[in-house]
Design a binder for this molecule. Structure first.
Ligand code: ADP
Length: 258
């Protein structure tokens, strides 16, 4: 129960890795705020956490419709968290969008929107969460990607956003270290989530794409959302009390052997 009486915000907590992480945080005692753009998904996850992990004192989980790319939504998210739970211990920035296409097929609007969610959204949530995290000596975990370290074919702007996110993570780890607030990110390769499934289906030969995706990982398959979420919980927890500014690969060896 590493997160007993801790309060955790999960952006993009309405599906995939975010939902799985929210469930693991709740299972270890946390109260969770699901901040997803998709209100229905957010409410569904909050309701299922409340049913699965009932808490006598407070709701186990709440959801707030949040577009992380809008500053007023970040401000409202922090106000709602403080009104509901009175503190914030962990911010997990997981909300993201993806445009897995050659650069000529990516519109300027696609680029602007992707950067607004994947990079500006993290800047905004951290900007408004940090005063609360300083009070609790909390921690921040960002969802980056192996593509942000080594590049990724046919996914240039997503990889660029994640490379930027890794630099943001390291820079803020330096800035917040004197406050006792740690900042880390995880870097998965393939993860079996709706994002990846959408990418696979968009390929000319989806079955071949699924096979080459499995072969890309020396461990022979993409990660499960749970395997990535466990790394998120580790970095967020006191077990990682001397770990800050890392971009932790969680990629089944995908970057090895070159
Ligand atoms: P993954 O599991 O890799 O995080 P998903 O596509 O399952 O991939 O999850 C991404 C989540 O981020 C979704 O729940 C989606 O609704 C959410 N999301 C996307 N854009 C925004 C946004 N602007 N603000 C908040 N949440 C967002």
């Amino acid at each position: 129960m590493r997160f007993n009486e801790k309060v955790v915000i999960v952006t993009g907590g309405g599906s995939g890795i975010g939902e799985t992480s929210a469930r693991l945080f709740a299972a270890e005692g946390a109260s969770v705020v699901i901040a997803d753009w998709n209100e229905e998904d957010g409410q569904r996850v909050a309701a299922s956490l409340n049913a699965e992990f009932p808490s006598k004192m407070m709701p186990r989980a709440v959801a707030l419709k949040t577009d992380v790319s809008r500053e007023e939504d970040s401000v409202a998210l922090m106000e709602y968290t403080m009104q509901t739970f009175g503190r914030l211990d962990v911010l997990f920035n997981n909300a993201a969008v993806i445009h897995p296409k050659p650069i000529e097929e990516i519109t300027e609007h696609n680029f602007d929107r992707l950067m607004a969610v994947n990079l500006k959204g993290v800047y905004l949530t951290i900007k408004h969460a940090i005063p609360l995290l300083r009070r609790t000596k909390g921690s921040i975990v960002n969802m980056a990607s192996l593509g942000g370290i080594v590049g990724q074919r046919n996914n240039p702007i997503y990889a660029a956003s994640k490379g930027g996110l890794i630099a943001l993570t390291k820079s803020l780890a330096l800035d917040f270290a004197p406050d006792g607030v740690r900042v880390n990110c995880v870097c998965p390769a393939g993860v079996s989530t709706p994002l990846l499934e959408a990418w696979t289906m968009e390929q000319p030969d989806p079955a071949a794409a699924a096979k080459s995706l499995a072969d890309m990982h020396p461990l022979g398959r993409p990660a499960t959302p749970e395997e990535v979420a466990q790394s998120v919980l580790y970095l967020a927890s006191e077990h990682a009390s001397f770990v800050t500014g890392v971009a932790l690969p969680v990629e089944g060896g995908a970057s090895l052997g070159y």
